[in-house]
Design a protein around this ligand. Sequence first.
Ligand code: HEC
Length: 298
Amino acid sequence: MASQLCGIRATLRRKFPTIGWRFAPFCKLKRLRGCFGLALGVLGAFGGQIYASDVSALIDVLRPPSYPWDFNGIIATLDHASIRRGWEVYKTVCSECHSAKYLAFRELIGVTHTEQEAKALAEAVEIKDGPDENGEMFTRPGRLSDCIPPPFPNEEAARAANNGAFPPDLTYVINARHDGQNYLFSLLTGWSDPPAGVTLEDGQSFNAYFPGGAIGMGQIIDDGAIEFEDGTYASQSQIAKDVVTFLTWTANPEFDTRKLWLIKSTGILLILLISVSYLTRFKFSSLKSRKIYYLPRK
Ligand code: HEC
């Protein structure tokens, strides 16, 4: 419509040069249409946001609070003593039901264990290997290159042992859940008696942080559930915090390197910025402030 009006305006202007300008505001319609579209887009985005948050508020689940994780600072790294304690928690408690099959023993070297310790850990487990020259599968002691063997041979066996619920692999679970660290910490410290009106199936426990509330994992950690080899008192929250730190590392093995690179690249960029600004300000100043005249010969 706006273009039609503009066309009319052009014709009128040609015929009656004096009245053409009265139609000028109609040509702004095009720009108005753009503004209108933008406003609609912004409104839509806000509306979507509100709608989406409304929807998730309806889900039958408690949102985990935000805990002040000491590794969440811009250049803060993981506490390696805590990762080592977290490994102890995984090894003694979680590995009974959960696999961490994407983690190899060699990856523990220099992070939680020395090479000798990691070798000893690997040799303590039996790995199924083969086939040998007779076509038979055999077991052998683990090597550093082996991944941590899962507690169950397949998903069906895991379900059968856990009332039909499948304990997921824990290697990347922190990244696989929304707000992973806060969620897992809350989950591991969040069991309680079911509120009135909630009925649980056989083998289920109530945990308000688990979607739906009924979880197939019973309360597995308690104050003093394990003994840490470094003497730290194993309260429920300490165990949860350490295993979360450990699983943050397994899900993000490059965590510390990322922070190191941030420091390095900021340093390099700072040097570049200073040298480039020096170059533009002082070396180019004569070039940039010059004036070029054309003086025709008289
Ligand atoms: C006795 C077996 C058992 C032990 C021990 C156990 N879990 Fe579980 N876990 C389960 C089962 C079964 C599920 C599946 C629950 C479901 O889907 O209802 C589960 C689910 C989970 C989930 C996924 C929750 C989700 O959002 O889907 C996480 C994370 C988890 N466990 C972490 C741990 C950690 C960490 C430990 C060790 C401190 C641990 N579990 C020890 C049986 C166990």
